[in-house]
Design a protein around this ligand. Structure first.
Ligand SMILES: [Zn+2]
Length: 113
């Protein structure tokens, strides 16, 4: 499952940060996830629950800030929101490969103690 490796790398980062702050418990992880990052919310939560078991983040809450997708059409010089996985410009109906936003997968912040 794709989400497990994502969560695992987020947690590695979180554990490093918590350790550098001298914290021994993580209460919350705030992630920023793009709408077209390919992540399934339920799978992410499930992966989080199983990966944090027995760690300093075992009681932590996973907070996700969703970022909507934005594409750019060089033909029309316009940005648009793609529908699902189809990056077709609504004006000229050309396929674009310029994705300006929506693929984020970041750990924004942590709450530790
Ligand atoms: Zn266009």
């Amino acid at each position: 499952m794709h989400e497990v490796s994502i969560i695992q790398s987020m947690l590695d980062l979180a554990f490093d940060r918590a350790e550098s702050q001298g914290a021994n418990q993580i209460h919350q992880l705030n992630l920023r996830v793009g709408a077209i990052s390919g992540v399934v919310p339920e799978a992410l939560q499930f992966a989080f629950d199983s990966c944090t078991e027995g760690t300093i983040a075992s009681d932590a809450k996973l907070e996700i800030e969703w970022v909507k997708a934005i594409c750019y059409c060089p033909q029309c010089h316009a940005e648009f929101t793609p529908y699902d996985w189809v990056y077709v410009c609504p004006r000229c109906e050309r396929l674009t490969h310029e994705i300006r936003q929506g693929r984020e997968l970041q750990l924004i912040s942590l709450e530790v103690s």
